[in-house]
Design a binder for this molecule. Structure first.
Ligand code: FAD
Ligand code: NAG
Ligand code: NAG
Length: 475
């Protein structure tokens, strides 16, 4: 017998004795619920459960709760996404969980209800042009204050510096035994406590996944999501992106090709559109982040290496041939104009007359150079072959991806407790009744823009409202 299992056995013996002495009192008091993890989802779940009259304790390992809420969105907290967007649209933003979150967003906690919750709790929200919703104060503190005040009002007990070490339920008729390293008691003080139900809201902490496994859950391997795409060679002198840091493209298309798949043209795996931003390291912006999210698993398998093909102006035609046709027409319409100075892919708004250029000037010059076009060349003086090369740079610009970078505003973990092991209508475990799961610990993650919090609040809300019912049913 290992020391670890000996320890577990000992803990359970202590816990059983504790249970024997308190079991009579249990019938008369309200249900005791432990929420493991005082993050976004755990606090939201705790509030809901306490508002239903339960005795709720949040056990938080860190010195304070809601750390990620505080730092999120660059300190502004991107609370959620445009609640008026149709639900099918919102669901599209979840690489994992798309199908399973439908019931949540359609009826159990609609984004509109989520918005109303925050407004009612004193967090006035604004929606930015890209759909991200922030508190009007532009401060995550407003969101934290509202959550902690609601928790206090509902009499949620919050214990920080309490790391849950083990979770155990001997059988269906018995409560949960939870061993907690409570630093407020002593530095190595392990306390064993017992609860009628447990909400697991440990986010992406490894120990949380282990707790889920220890009560019988399997795990979908975890990999990072929402990262920038590093392209060391392209940003070096001589590379196509060199010196372009800060340049953004209003609409680009990025596709990822794993290494050595070039000849097999159908092998393109992840293709996404959206605004693109060139950085010192490579590519960022919504389109790049979407590739990182939808391709999270594939990219991990290939150690974040492969080829990115960038279409810098997909709204002007999808294929190289489409772009070629438009560029080629310049040879007759504007034969005297210098190629490198102005990108001809421009469009005037029929109403306002505002002219928008698909490709910013500095990027255009870089593409012209990469295509091997002479600086001084005019449209009238180039061959079909050269124009085709330029069209290739516009529509299929090849960039070698060398690694993943970090997107400081938001990141998330893909993978976790499989959704098929969870009753999504209640967020209750199917393998361990009385255990509820919410937030990032489950296999749900969204793209950037407030979708990850939307999942945290929503699944937390459902778990917090369902947790009491299960105990009443059992009683
Ligand atoms: C820098 C950054 C910025 C972000 N910005 C945004 C954004 O603007 N919009 C958005 O939608 N999403 C954002 N996200 C993602 C979002 O923060 C998470 O998806 C969300 O916080 C998940 O909520 P959660 O409650 O599941 O987990 P967390 O918020 O991570 O909370 C989990 C908590 O559990 C505690 N815990 C873990 N294990 C134990 C244990 N064994 N015992 C006791 N306690 C434990 C942890 O200490 C932690 O406090 C951001 C993430 C990061 C890292
Ligand atoms: C709530 O539960 C804790 C232990 O889990 C106990 O110490 C406390 O007395 C309970 N409070 C109420 C109001 O029942
Ligand atoms: C939010 O979404 C709705 C529906 O798609 C749209 O009409 C509205 O303009 C959006 N709001 C903002 C601020 O983008």
């Amino acid at each position: 017998m290992t020391t670890h299992s000996l320890f577990l056995l000992l803990m359970n013996l202590i816990a059983l004795r504790y249970y024997a002495t308190t079991t009579e009192a249990l019938a008369t008091t309200s249900s005791r619920i432990a929420v493991i993890g005082g993050g976004a989802s755990g606090i939201f779940a705790a509030i809901a459960a306490a508002q239903n009259g339960h005795n709720v304790t949040v056990l938080e390992a860190a010195a304070k709760t809601l750390t990620k809420v505080q730092i999120s969105g660059g300190g502004r907290c991107n609370v959620m996404h445009n609640a008026s967007r149709p639900v099918p649209d919102l669901l599209q933003q979840y690489p994992r969980g798309q199908r399973e979150l439908q019931g949540l967003f359609q009826k159990r906690f609609r984004p509109e209800e989520c918005r109303a919750w925050f407004e009612q709790h004193g967090v006035a929200l604004k929606t930015e042009a890209d759909g991200r919703m922030f508190p009007v104060t532009d401060s995550s503190q407003t969101v934290m204050d509202a959550l902690l005040q609601a928790a206090a009002q509902a009499r949620v007990k919050i214990r920080t510096r309490c790391r849950v070490q083990t979770l155990h339920k001997p059988n269906n008729d018995q409560p949960f035994f939870v061993s907690v390293v409570d630093k407020s008691v002593s530095d190595d003080g392990v306390v064993s406590e017992c609860y009628d139900a447990v909400i697991l809201a440990t986010g992406s902490m490894p120990l949380g996944y282990q707790l889920a496994e220890s009560v019988g859950h399997s795990l979908v391997k975890t990999v990072p999501s929402l990262f920038t795409l590093n392209a060391d060679e392209a940003v070096r002198p001589g590379g196509v992106l060199h010196g372009l840091s800060g340049v953004s493209v209003p609409l680009g298309r990025v596709s990822y090709w794993p290494p050595n798949t070039e000849p097999v043209r159908k092998k393109v795996l992840h293709e996404q559109e959206g605004p693109l931003l060139i950085t010192h390291y490579g590519l960022s912006g919504p389109a790049a982040l979407r590739v990182s999210a939808f391709g999270a698993r594939t990219l991990a398998e290939h150690s974040y290496k492969g080829t990115l093909k960038i279409h810098w102006a997909p709204s002007f035609g999808s294929s190289v041939e489409d772009i070629f046709d438009q560029l080629w027409s310049m040879t007759t319409s504007n034969p005297r104009k210098t190629i490198s100075t102005v990108c001809p892919l421009i469009r005037a708004d029929p109403v306002t007359g505002t002219v928008t250029t698909a490709i910013p000037r500095r990027l255009w010059s870089a593409l012209v150079q990469a295509a091997g076009v002479d600086e001084a060349a005019v449209w009238g003086g180039v061959s079909k072959k050269v124009v085709r090369q330029l069209a290739m740079q516009v529509a299929e610009c090849p960039i070698t991806m060398t690694n993943k970078g970090t997107f400081k505003e938001e990141f998330v973990t893909a993978g976790g407790v499989p959704l098929k092991e969870i009753d999504m209508t209640r967020m209750e475990s199917k393998v361990c009744p009385g255990l509820f799961l919410c937030g990032e610990v489950i296999n749900v993650d969204g793209v950037t823009g407030g979708f990850n919090f939307l999942n945290a609040w929503g699944t937390g809300y459902v778990a917090g409202n369902a947790v009491g019912e299960s105990i009443r049913q059992a009683a």
